[in-house]
Unconditional design. Structure first.
Length: 303
């Protein structure tokens, strides 16, 4: 049975000592889900304790924790990289404490090497993590941010776009491995994000609510390697994406999950205007998915 809340609209919050406080403050604004994120490692965070606080903050609401996120490089072997890998393992082990079954983030990458050169290491590390996740009933999702890398060289992440996804999912075809997708990362590479949903929706487990503005006139005038910026990451509702079409394609392909707004990127709605922008995005995305609440009328009784 389909429901409006098959697709929730929420936001991302950083993992730390004030996570529960942030969630409690944001729930009255209408956010329906929260993705808890960590940069590179968990640091000194006790996930079991954090989960207790998150559950307490959610009590009495219909909001949920949609995912845990680890954003580092688990394929390399430096001290921080190994801590990133350990953080993935801990997040997989504790996801259930938060009432969620999704852990997301960067795949990692062999620094300075091409995407194909990194695939054997990807298969080694993520094969083990996939087995661990399967045992816990957890799905894993790779974000589609290039982090400044390209096909030939980079750091942090392999899962930039369709050509890379084909390599990764051919190497590890397990059904509980998928994508944490957003249109912005495709748009700033001058790629139309909408056709990707026809081919990849079944692999999309989580959506980051982030948009982009691409100044095509500026590209035509100066090119993409000049001194002038030609694209900006935006909060949904202020960028170029048609979120009604995005959500419709997701629904037609059976997506169920959360669109969690990834704030703190918009060049206009930032600092004092950050949550003004986020609440606008929240309401915009709710309208694009069909509204604020689910409406169901029973068919008239047959005589």
């Amino acid at each position: 049975m389909r429901s409006l809340l098959d697709i929730r609209v929420g936001t991302l919050v950083g993992g730390g000592s004030d996570t529960a406080e942030k969630i409690k403050a944001l729930i009255p604004l209408g956010f329906e889900s929260f993705g808890i994120t960590f940069w590179q490692t968990l640091g000194d965070t006790d996930l079991a304790r954090l989960a207790d606080g998150a559950r307490e903050a959610l009590a009495g609401s219909d909001a949920v924790i949609s995912s845990l996120g680890i954003f580092g490089n688990p394929l390399e072997t430096g001290e921080t990289d190994l801590k990133t890998l350990r953080s993935w393992e801990q997040a997989i082990d504790h996801a259930g404490d938060f009432g969620c079954s999704l852990v997301a983030g960067f795949t990692g990458r062999l620094r300075g090497r091409s995407i194909p050169e990194s695939v054997p290491r990807f298969t080694e590390v993520w094969g083990r993590l996939a087995d661990r996740a399967a045992a816990k009933g957890v799905r894993l999702a790779f974000e589609n941010c290039s982090m400044g890398g390209d096909w030939k060289s980079g750091d942090w992440n392999l899962a930039h776009g369709p050509d890379a996804w084909e390599l990764l999912f051919d190497a590890l075809p397990a059904g509980h491995l998928g994508l944490e997708w957003e249109p912005a990362h495709q748009m700033v590479r001058l790629c139309d994000p909408l056709p990707q949903l026809d081919d990849w929706a079944s692999r999309i487990f989580h959506i980051h609510g982030k948009d982009a503005t691409v100044d095509r006139a500026r590209i035509d005038r100066y090119g993409i390697g000049a001194s002038r910026a030609w694209s900006w990451h935006r909060t949904p509702g202020f960028g170029d994406s048609n979120w009604t079409d995005i959500i419709s394609k997701l629904r037609m392909n059976g997506f169920r999950g959360s669109i969690d707004i990834e704030g703190w990127h918009d060049p206009v709605y930032r600092e004092e205007l950050e949550y003004t922008g986020q609440v606008h995005a929240l309401n915009h995305l709710k309208r694009c998915r069909g509204g604020e609440r689910h409406i169901s009328l029973r068919p008239p009784a047959q005589s």
